[in-house]
Design a protein around this ligand. Structure first.
Ligand code: NAD
Length: 323
């Protein structure tokens, strides 16, 4: 248990150098930047597991909450970067990750060579590649490690983590990833984690759209959508998406969870990546259009299960339990 929090990462301090028992085992200090819906519970799980965490967010109440759970609150990204040898980022999208890691006063300006940056945000895979190149020039390592599972799985530490980067770097942080996730799979080189996440986001969006179409058909035909869900969830149409999202639709609970605006961000990243690969992805394109329509109506803060409202508006039918 003791050795769990020590590993051959970073530079040894004087105590470690002088004590033979510590040879090759240096103290691990984790930095966590981005304490939103996902980052907060992920950082808290690291603290619960006994890791030493320094945290930062531009939103003070988020930082205060994680500090109250035992983290050291950093006053800047540079301060955090100077004292941590593993730095996890959980930020909205590519521009924020670029600013935090490569910008003025960013991680790159203060982190020591040998530091490992683990970007767990869902961003454009090309940006992951670009950031890693700049970090490598300073001797800083990087993995892209986006997650799937949403807030509930972030809270219970059972996220699915998809990783891109070097195998030896992955092996150094795997135990830490497994505190936050139920699985952590190295998919390939840098950028592969985010390519996998884009595939995941296509599959989730199209599943929610398919669920909405099925339930709207049942509702219009006068068949209770709750009974339909109960009847089909154990069959071939059953899925994690159906189990998580159908109850939200039936309860008319569109509190996020995963906001439509974040799914739009991911589907825009899908669009850019598909274009650069010369691919046509009709279902992903359609799902993006439907979500953009809901955004125009001011519904972008709703959970993505709220996609059902697009179908409801289109057809003048509501998916509700029969009284
Ligand atoms: P969020 O908006 O709730 O949190 C992002 C946090 O980053 C906020 O606390 C914000 O203040 C902070 N931040 C933004 N810019 C910053 C900066 N320059 N410096 C420091 N902090 C900054 O988003 P979230 O839902 O936690 O999602 C984070 C990432 O995880 C996104 O890429 C998202 O797509 C992905 N994701 C989210 C879910 C989900 O269900 N919410 C599921 C899987 C993956």
């Amino acid at each position: 248990m003791f050795f769990r929090h020590w590993s051959p990462i970073g530079e040894a301090n004087a105590f470690e150098k002088e004590n033979p028992i510590m040879k090759g085992c240096y103290k691990m200090q984790i930095g966590f930047i981005g304490l939103g819906i996902m980052g907060k519970p992920m950082a808290k799980n690291l603290l619960k597991a006994g890791y030493s965490v320094t945290a930062f967010d531009v939103v003070k109440p988020n930082l205060d909450e994680v500090a109250a759970a035992g983290a050291k609150a950093a006053s800047s990204i540079a301060e955090l970067s100077a004292e941590c040898n593993i730095i996890i980022t959980m930020l909205p999208n590519s521009p924020q990750v670029k600013t935090v890691v490569l910008g003025e006063g960013g991680v790159i300006t203060a982190a020591k060579p040998g530091t490992i940056v683990v970007d767990m945000s869902s961003i454009d895979p090309m940006v992951s590649i670009e950031i890693e190149k700049e970090l490598q020039a300073k001797g800083i390592e990087m993995l892209d490690a986006p997650v799937s599972g949403g807030e509930p799985k972030a809270i219970d530490g059972s996220l699915s983590i998809m990783v891109g980067g070097k195998e030896e770097i992955f092996n150094k942080v795997k135990d830490i990833l497994l505190v936050m996730g139920g699985s952590a799979v190295l998919v390939g080189k840098i950028g592969s984690g985010n390519i996998t996440k884009l595939a995941n986001q296509i599959i989730v969006a199209v599943n929610i759209a398919a669920m909405s179409e099925g339930l709207i058909l049942a509702s219009k035909a006068g068949v209770d959508p709750e009974k339909v869900f109960e009847a089909i969830k154990g069959g071939l149409a059953g899925s994690t998406v159906l189990n998580a999202k159908a109850p939200m639709v039936l309860d008319r609970n569109f509190k996020p969870g995963f906001r439509i605006e974040l799914h739009i961000k991911d589907l825009n990243n899908v669009k850019d990546t598909a274009e650069s690969l010369g691919l046509q992805l009709p279902f992903a394109t359609q799902a993006l259009e439907m979500m953009n329509h809901l955004k125009e109506e001011g519904k972008e803060k709703n959970d993505h299960s709220g996609l059902v409202e697009y179908y409801e508006e289109l057809n003048g039918v509501k998916v509700e339990r029969l009284k």
